[in-house]
Structure formats: structure tokens, C-alpha cells
Design a protein around this ligand. Structure first.
Ligand code: 4AD
Ligand code: MG
Length: 479
């Protein structure tokens, strides 16, 4: 018999025909005459309840069907008498596919801490929390492609191995086939990369933007969506060494067009999650409330679904870095010394505590900060007339801080060359990039959305290691 997925079984209205389901046992309980198995197959957060009449199916047949075992069950759907589910299955035939030794299987039908689950990340797909997150992750990937495709953007695959450092922060993983125990040296005693695989030093990309600009200045509107790698040694709940980034790049867009697109995109994605993933969101909302139940009222997060609606209903607050510094500097928070990094004056880079203060305490909505000091931003950003700020735009979200970083790009070849020189980027390595400014240069803009930061927001999870299947962080690379 053809297998029916549990998601479809739970929607069914016909009760007179037998169907077959397959999945993993979440829980088994029973009495003298009847046993109940909660079955999950990953197609939905919801389990199908199997009802087994022990007068028809001998109890020995169920002996190995413990939590974690895989089984196949055939029977009729009936309207459920119990609360919380619409239908259940009266089983006529049940078979074990793969046993799971209850003495050894680490996931039991009880609450496990997220820390514990991170240690058995190879099995955490089997939990409600993690499978809900993974289904939402899928929906967001799909929603992102839909958003851009519907608006005439082309998806471009930019390289993962590169010889350039887009952000200029020097946080790159090197890629080499040289024998680290026996490195070839030049006459000056430096490593001789001409003998390396690519004949030069290479690294994993920190961003697809520079290559994206090449495509955008010919194809109009493009986006990249790929893994990015940063060897920054920050062990925080918002940093990964390998994360996914969405980078649209648009010819003829100025910074305002760029901000409009970013705001539209984030709202579209939130709406997409609400429209397509309500079961998983409701589950995650309950999870969060449970996790925070002992917190004081003022420390509790806004209810997850309400929070998502809140973003949809409020325009993002747009202001300049200079205005933000004034607000922060004069805030009671700053005066009372509540910031770990006090805001002393113009020019400092904002810490996530500052970003979150603006969003959560001051404006109480997402914020887009623009026109940052040139010194703290990447070389490619368009310089303002004041000679000290650039047309950057960072989108700041509640609970997250920076979720998007972007800018209008510098189009003036001479300004770009001067800036590259100041920050020490050798011109000869970037001639290919500079050609976009030499031939038919146009105003253009783009930004990068950190996919896992978006997932943190959508799922209400607190640690970025819990919204990616196989997190890579300092001193941690399993699987
Ligand atoms: O602000 P960033 O560094 O910007 C860029 O890479 C630009 N090239 C983007 C562009 O204009 N095309 O990174 C963009 C976003 C951040 O706002 C953040 O959401 C995310 O990427 N991000 C990280 N996410 C997880 N772990 C890390 N280590 C991250 N670093 C940045
Ligand atoms: Mg940034």
C-alpha cells in the first residue's frame, strides 16, 4: 500500500478506507486492552495517534516499538475522541522497521535541555523543537527565492574559494594544499604560494558581494545565497564561523531604494512564515513561554506570533548613526553606566547592547541606521560629501541587533582607489572589481542578510547554534 504522510493523514476527511503510515515512535503508552503510539514522520510537528486493540494485535508484537524505533502501521482513520488531534488511526497491522534500544537511545519522551541536544546534534532532528526550526528554515529559503524571483532578480552563484577579502576585516580561513609540515619558502623566507594549488594564497569567502557587483552591473538585479565563512573568534550566541548569507545587489538603486527593499523583504519573509508555518510557530511560541516562565514579566519576550505581527505593522525607524550616537550618549542608560561599553562620542563602533537599546528601549521597533563613520566601514561604501561618513545602512532587530548590513557603493574610481590605498588593499589584486567603475559605472547598492540571524528572530530561539543543523564555532566542528 502506498504510504500516506502524516501531514496529509491528519487533514483527511474520508474515514472508510485503510491507509499506511511510516515514521518514528515518539511515545508509547497503554493499558490492559489498548496501546497508544504517537507517531511522527517529520512532515509536520503533529503526531498521528495509533490506537492498537491488544485483543486483536498481541502485545508481544509491540515489544520493540520503543521511543525512537521506526515502524509501519496500517489501519483506518477515525475521528479522534481525545483532545488536541482531529483524527487517529485504528491499527489493523503494525510492523517494526528498525528498533531503538531504550537503554541506549538518548532521546526520551521528556524535556531535554538545548545544551544537551547540541551535544547530540546528530539526533536532534528527531525533536519537536529542532524539526520545527528546520521546517521553518526550509520555508524561509523557499520564501527568499520566491521574493527575489517574483521581483525579477537573478540568483547568482558566487565562488566560495576566493583570493580577495571583501570586508577587509582579515577574518578568513585559508585554503591550501601545501604540506603544513614542510612549507615551501621564497628566497626572502616567506611562504611560496606560487607552489600552492591555485598558485597564490586563497581563502574561503566572507561575502559574495564583490562578485555580485560584477553581475549586477550587467544584469540589473541579482542576489546570492550561499555559505560564508568568518574566522572571527567570537563565541557569542549570534556568531557562527560558517553561516549563510543572502546578498542582493541592484544597479540604479540608491541607499533609499536599498532600505525599502530590505524592509519589504523582511516583512515578506515574516508574512511568509505566518502564512505557511503556523503549526511550527505555535509550537515554538509555547516553547519560548515555557522557557521564560520563571522570568519577571518585564524580562519576558513578546509572544512570538505577536512579535512577528508587530514587525509587519510598524514602519522601520530610519535615522543616521550621528543621531543614534546622540540618543545613546544622552540616554539614562549611558549616564547610569548600564552599558558595558559606555558611549563616549562620535566615531565608535556600536556594540550589540547599543543596537538593542535603540530598538528595544528607545524606538521599540526595527531600526535602520545610516551614514556611519567611514573609518568603521568597508572600503566599497559610497562616501558622503562631508568626507567622513559613508552611505551604509544596517538593519537592527529586537533581540538580535544587526540582522542586515549594506550600503550604496562608491562609484567614483578615484575615491575608491584612495580608500583602498588607505586601508591597505593592493590595487593589482582588485583590477577586475575596479573595471565596473571604469566601464559604464552606475550607482548601485546592496546588502547582506545573515540567514541564521533571521532564523533566530523567526523562531524565537536564543542561540544561533540552535538554528543551523551543524554549527561551526571556535573549537567546535563536529560531523
Ligand atoms: O555586515 P556584513 O559583514 O556585510 C557584508 O558582508 C556585506 N558584504 C553585505 C553586502 O553588502 N552585500 O554581514 C552581513 C550580515 C550581518 O548583518 C549579519 O546578519 C550576518 O551577515 N553575519 C553573521 N551571521 C552569523 N555569524 C557571523 N559571524 C556573522 N557575521 C555577519
Ligand atoms: Mg555588518
Amino acid at each position: 500500500m502506498k504510504r500516506t504522510e502524516i501531514k496529509d493523514a491528519l487533514q483527511m476527511q474520508e474515514f472508510d478506507k485503510e491507509i499506511n503510515v511510516k515514521g518514528w515512535v515518539r511515545n508509547k503508552r497503554g493499558s490492559k486492552n489498548v496501546a497508544f503510539i504517537a507517531l511522527n514522520d517529520g512532515s509536520t510537528i503533529n503526531n498521528l495517534q495509533l490506537v492498537i486493540d491488544l485483543n486483536v494485535i498481541p502485545e508481544e508484537n509491540l515489544a520493540l516499538m520503543h521511543t525512537g524505533a521506526s515502524i509501519s502501521a496500517t489501519g483506518n482513520l477515525v475521528k479522534s475522541a481525545g483532545s488536541g488531534q482531529s483524527v487517529e488511526m485504528n491499527v489493523t497491522n503494525i510492523e517494526l522497521i528498525g528498533a531503538a534500544d531504550p537503554e541506549k537511545y538518548p532521546l526520551q519522551p521528556k524535556k531535554h535541555s538545548l545544551e544537551f541536544l547540541r551535544e547530540i546534534a546528530h539526533l536532534r532532528f528527531r525533536t519537536n523543537t529542532f524539526s520545527a526550526i528546520m521546517r521553518l528554515r526550509h520555508a524561509m529559503v523557499f520564501g527568499i527565492h520566491k521574493f527575489f524571483n517574483d521581483r525579477g532578480f537573478y540568483n547568482i552563484h558566487t565562488p566560495l574559494i576566493t583570493a580577495s577579502d571583501c570586508e577587509g576585516a582579515g577574518e578568513m580561513f585559508q585554503v591550501t594544499t601545501l604540506d603544513l609540515n614542510n612549507l615551501p619558502k621564497t628566497e626572502e623566507g616567506k611562504i611560496d604560494f606560487t607552489q600552492d594549488f591555485f598558485g597564490k594564497a586563497t581563502n574561503l569567502t566572507v561575502s559574495g558581494q564583490l562578485e555580485g557587483e560584477l553581475a549586477a552591473t550587467a544584469m540589473g538585479k541579482i542576489y546570492t545565497f550561499g555559505p560564508t565563512f568568518r574566522a572571527e573568534n567570537s563565541n557569542t550566541s549570534r556568531h557562527l564561523a560558517e553561516f549563510w548569507m543572502i546578498e542582493p545587489e541592484m544597479a540604479f538603486y540608491d541607499i533609499n531604494d536599498n532600505m525599502d527593499l530590505a524592509e519589504d523583504m523582511l516583512k515578506f519573509l515574516i508574512q511568509y512564515a505566518l502564512d505557511n508555518c503556523m503549526d511550527d510557530l505555535q509550537f515554538l511560541s509555547k516553547r519560548l513561554q515555557e522557557e521564560e516562565k520563571n522570568k519577571k514579566a518585564e524580562e519576558k519576550s513578546m509572544e512570538l506570533i505577536e512579535k512577528l505581527h508587530f514587525i509587519l505593522e510598524n514602519p522601520f525607524q530610519r535615522l543616521t548613526y550621528t543621531e543614534a550616537i546622540d540618543i545613546l550618549k544622552n540616554s539614562n542608560y549611558n549616564k547610569k553606566g548600564k552599558f558595558q561599553y559606555p558611549v563616549t562620542g562620535w566615531g565608535v563602533d556600536l556594540q550589540s547592547e547599543h543596537e538593542r537599546y535603540l530598538v528595544e528601549k528607545h524606538f521599540k521597533r526595527p531600526v535602520i541606521l545610516t551614514d556611519y563613520p567611514m573609518e568603521i566601514k568597508a572600503f566599497y561604501m559610497k562616501q558622503n560629501e562631508d568626507g567622513k561618513t559613508v552611505r551604509a545602512m544596517d538593519v537592527l532587530f529586537p533581540g538580535i541587533g544587526e540582522i542586515i548590513g549594506g550600503s550604496e557603493r562608491e562609484t567614483d574610481l578615484n575615491k575608491l582607489l584612495k580608500r583602498m590605498d588607505e586601508v591597505g588593499i593592493p590595487q593589482e589584486s582588485m583590477e577586475w572589481y575596479l573595471d565596473t567603475r571604469r566601464f559604464g559605472s552606475v550607482p548601485h547598492s546592496g546588502y547582506g542578510l545573515g540567514f541564521e540571524r533571521l532564523m533566530l528572530f523567526i523562531t524565537g530561539m536564543g542561540n544561533i547554534r540552535d538554528v543551523i543543523a551543524f554549527p561551526r564555532t571556535p573549537k567546535n566542528c563536529e560531523y
